[in-house]
Write a protein that binds this ligand. Structure first.
Ligand code: 5GP
Length: 118
């Protein structure tokens, strides 16, 4: 889903060039609602520094990966998911259905989620 200039839609959201409903952010991470929600709560969490996908992460990204997981907990707390539960998903690569080449965590909640996923 890169555009002509090679910038993904998520980079444009991070730069505030296109709108998104932002639910949480800090210096390194931005969380916003998915435009096509698959559950009553469906939030995407992205690093502001672009990493294409989990498969491309390196040792140097370790702290950032930890921040993303901790951000998912912040989002879960803010959106009242801690008690009811929630799922955190990362799609990496074609078989997983990755559609935007900028690492992102999905946080899904407020409905019972089936397992295994399709
Ligand atoms: P993936 O399939 O790569 O794991 O997830 C990409 C997600 O980005 C999808 O759930 C899709 O609905 C979401 N998405 C795609 N374009 C936009 C957009 O412009 N704004 C927002 N908020 N979400 C988007």
């Amino acid at each position: 889903m890169s555009n002509d200039e090679g910038m993904t839609i998520f980079e444009k959201i991070i730069r505030r060039e296109i709108p998104a409903e932002i639910v949480w952010e800090d210096d390194d991470v931005l969380a916003f609602r998915d435009v096509n929600p698959q559950a009553p709560v469906h939030v995407l969490i992205v690093p502001k520094r672009a990493v294409a996908r989990l498969a491309d992460a390196t040792e140097a990204d370790g702290a950032l990966l930890g921040k993303l997981l901790l951000a998912s907990r912040q989002v879960a707390e803010k959106l009242d998911l801690l008690k009811s539960g929630y799922r955190v998903v990362i799609n990496s690569g074609p078989d997983a259905g990755e559609s935007v080449p900028h690492l992102h965590l999905h946080v899904l909640g407020k409905r019972a989620l089936a397992w295994p996923p399709g």
